[in-house]
Every structure is written in C-alpha cells, then in structure tokens.
Design a protein around this ligand. Structure first.
Ligand SMILES: Nc1ncnc2c1ncn2[C@@H]1O[C@H](COP(=O)(O)OP(=O)(O)O)[C@@H](O)[C@H]1O
Ligand SMILES: [Mg+2]
Length: 226
C-alpha cells in the first residue's frame, strides 16, 4: 500500500519572550506518513509539548510551515482550525480530561456531537465498537469518576478515535500511570497501529514507551538531533 504524507513540519521555529527572547523550537522539519507509529523523545524542557501544540494547530504563533493532509495551516481562521482539529486529529494527554459526571459512553461520544456528522444512534454504536476494540466495553455505563487511572486513559484513547481522525497525537500518555497501566496503554497503541492501521504520534520522556514505537525522533534543546 502506498503511504501518504499526513503531517509535515517545515522549518518550524518558535520563541517565547519571557521577558527576553528564548528560542524554544529551532528549525523543526519532519513528516509523518499514514500508518506511522512515531515517538518524539527528549528531556523535560526540550520543547516537546510546545511542538505538539503547534502540530495540533492549537498554537499558531510560529514561523515555518505546517501541512496537515497536504493543506497548509498558515492563514486559516481560528474557526477553520477548530474544525480541522475536530475532524482530523485525535488527542490523548497525560491527564485525561474526561467529564466526571458523564458516563464513559457519553465521554467517548462528545467529540462526535461537535463534528455533527452522525446521528446520535450511530455515534453511540461507534462509541460502543471503540470501547470493545479497546477491551473496555464493560465500562460503558460507568461514571467516569469511578474509573482507575489506567481505565480513564483507555477511555481517553477511545474518545480520541470517535471521529476516525487521520492522526492521533499524545502528550505523555503514560506520564501519570504506573508500570502495569503504562504497559496496557502501550499494548493498546500497538494494536491500533498494527490491527487498525491508525497513525500515532506520541510525545514522551518514557524511553520504554518510545522504544516500542516504529520510529523515534529525538529532540534536544529545541532541535531534532536524530
Ligand atoms: N508559555 C511559555 N512562556 C515561556 N516559556 C515557556 C512557555 N511554555 C514553555 N516554555 C519553555 O519552553 C521550553 C520547552 O517547554 P516544553 O515544550 O513544555 O518542554 P517539554 O514538553 O519537552 O518538557 C521550556 O524551557 C519551558 O520553560
Ligand atoms: Mg511536555
């Protein structure tokens, strides 16, 4: 199968003025193909989260170019970017940000209501299918606050997939988990890429997690070094 470029960063640079100018990202260029399972590693403070914020279109204050699905993100309105994000990018963060007073099923469905592409019934079926894929269908009707940390993270992964995004971006997805739950989350990612051909970009300082991915991009002090 021919693989297609899904995301491309061209010479991305970013500085903070705090109050003096600090260059946090320096000439970042790389691309991700459909089906890739990639991690970005590097020490705390090297710029990983700042980069992911730009790649996910949430931060537009940078120089250089970002292409998602062959489309240049430069010059798009906030509304256009929000719509691209919701349709094409799934997110998993260190802290899950589930809505505690909602059931697992509703939490997974939420980004789907925003996209407004499916009727509620179809959305619910899709959410149930995802929970099954991740082996947590038993949790569907539990309230989110009753879950363990590892369960919450798997629900967050299901939620990130509800709109069938082109790419799933994760920032320290195991950062808040013990070894056992980190392993479960890793196995989930592996299954998503191998069985479901999902495209994953994981930013982490967890070397064990990174070593399990197919490609490792190493950052140091705002640059890609390998
Ligand atoms: N809003 C901000 N204002 C000023 N400096 C920031 C801001 N956000 C991050 N930084 C700095 O940018 C650098 C990279 O941070 P970050 O991207 O969070 O690193 P990582 O995710 O790799 O730990 C750090 O030195 C951090 O202090
Ligand atoms: Mg970070």
């Amino acid at each position: 199968m021919e693989s297609k470029i899904i995301l491309e960063a061209r010479s991305i640079c970013k500085s903070f003025h705090d109050p003096i100018k600090i260059d946090v990202l320096k000439d970042i260029s790389f691309s991700i193909n459909s089906g890739d399972f990639v991690s970005i590693i590097g020490k705390s403070g090297c710029g990983k989260s700042t980069l992911l914020y730009i790649l996910s279109t949430m931060d537009t204050d940078y120089t250089g170019e970002l292409f998602i699905d062959s489309e240049n993100m430069r010059g798009k309105s906030e509304k256009q970017l929000a719509s691209i994000r919701n349709e094409k990018i799934g997110f998993v963060f260190q802290f899950h940000y589930l809505l505690n007073e909602f059931t697992v099923l509703k939490n997974v469905m939420l980004p789907g209501f925003k996209l407004d592409k499916f009727e509620e019934e179809e959305l619910e079926n899709n959410a149930l299918k995802l929970l099954k894929t991740l082996g947590i269908e038993k949790l569907a009707h539990k309230m989110a606050y009753k879950l363990s940390g590892g369960e919450k993270q798997r629900v967050a992964i299901a939620r990130s997939m509800i709109n069938d995004p082109l790419i799933i971006m994760c920032d320290e997805p195991t950062g808040n988990l013990d070894n056992k739950n980190s392993d479960i989350v890793y196995e989930t990612f592996k299954e998503l890429t191998e069985v479901y051909k999902k495209t994953l970009l994981i930013v982490t300082h967890d070397l064990i997690l990174a070593e399990g991915t197919e490609r490792i991009i190493t950052m140091d002090d705002g640059r890609i070094i390998t």
